[in-house]
Write a protein that binds this ligand. Structure first.
Ligand SMILES: NC(=O)c1ccc[n+]([C@@H]2O[C@H](COP(=O)([O-])OP(=O)(O)OC[C@H]3O[C@@H](n4cnc5c(N)ncnc54)[C@H](OP(=O)(O)O)[C@@H]3O)[C@@H](O)[C@H]2O)c1
Length: 297
């Protein structure tokens, strides 16, 4: 695949939490980048409703990207629950359509998935371990992985954990929204049960850039890859970290040990398939949170 030219990359979901970081990092790496958005078409982004499959076909045939980073998806639990058919169209059928057109025009796909494909009962999970999603979001993402690989056997899947990073609103990330909880005076309980390995969006963007570089170099890259942040913590641990960093009181918050039936207890993923390739990016949680939340305190 390698030639003198720089790779042309198409990023779906470029207006989203992860996609924004991917576009930024890929541009810093001097890749040629087209970012797609739907309702938030900011400067430099191209509008495309990915559920309009004819429009997607024309756009991909025109762009002929070397690599597609497929980041767009519906991932907010309430929307997934209430608009399940629309979610399945975007998360599964659209991912499969992109993979099928990519295969035909010779583009490679890296499809973003999640640790929510696992039930969290026996970590750390290897890529080939049994999936057993506990909620509808996890079901759509697991089905999307299978649909993408069925359409394009040379596709890569990258499973990632809960994300944080620069946000447009605190509720945009399950991590940054905890600052709102911390700053509110209202007494409430915060989960000290489920274990998470949060990742900073820039780290995931760098992992994707490294994977893209290997694909571009012609290395054999296909199938399922995984990344987990290197620090395991509960939401209560995260909130205590924010309290310490920003000197905010937390006495109004009580740790809750109640298990959830719809979220995995500990979906930590084994990352050896990436680290064996020399790919590893982890920002210390304290540093990452300090950087992205300072403007919101
Ligand atoms: N956030 C997390 O903690 C997390 C954890 C694990 C895995 N993931 C996975 O990581 C990927 C990126 O997630 P994210 O957090 O960046 O999501 P996000 O912030 O919710 O962004 C979703 C993106 O999808 C786009 N989109 C939605 N409907 C569309 C449509 N019909 N046509 C075109 N684009 C559409 C949105 O565009 P507009 O906003 O412009 O409409 C937005 O850019 C997803 O595959 C997600 O499942 C996320």
């Amino acid at each position: 695949m390698m030639s003198d030219k720089v790779p042309h990359i198409l990023v779906t979901g470029a207006s989203g939490l992860l996609g924004r970081a991917v576009v930024k990092v890929f541009k810093e790496k001097k890749f040629s980048v087209t970012g797609l958005a739907f309702s938030r078409v900011g400067p430099g982004l191209v509008k495309c409703d990915l559920t309009d499959h004819e429009a997607v076909t024309s756009l991909l045939e025109k762009e002929k990207p070397d690599v597609i980073i497929h980041s767009a998806a519906e991932r907010f639990p309430d929307v997934v629950e209430n608009k399940y058919e629309e979610t399945r169209l975007l998360n599964i059928k659209t991912a499969a359509h992109i993979a099928s057109v990519a295969r035909r025009i010779g583009s490679r796909v890296i499809h973003i998935s999640t640790d929510y494909v696992f039930d969290g009962t026996s970590p750390p999970y290897k890529p080939e371990d049994k999936c057993n999603p506990l909620n509808k979001y996890g079901i759509t993402k697991w089905e999307s992985e299978k649909a993408v690989l069925a359409e394009a056997t040379d596709a890569c899947i990258l499973r990632i954990p809960v994300l944080y990073g620069p946000v447009e609103r605190l509720e945009e990330s399950a991590v940054t929204t905890l600052l709102k909880t911390l700053k509110s005076d209202a007494p409430q309980s915060v989960s000290h049960h489920d274990q998470r390995c949060p990742a900073q969006v820039n780290d995931i963007a760098h992992i994707l850039a490294d994977m893209t570089a290997l694909i571009w170099k012609g290395d054999k890259m296909q199938g399922i890859y995984q990344w987990s942040g290197r620090q395991k913590m509960t939401k209560y641990d995260m909130i205590l970290t924010m309290s310490r960093i920003f000197s905010l009181p937390h006495a109004h918050l009580t740790p809750s040990h109640t298990p959830s039936t719809i979220r995995p207890y500990d979906p930590e993923m084994d990352v050896a398939r990436l680290t064996d390739l020399g790919i590893s990016h982890h920002t210390n949680f304290e540093d990452g949170v300090k950087e992205c939340l300072a403007v919101w305190v």
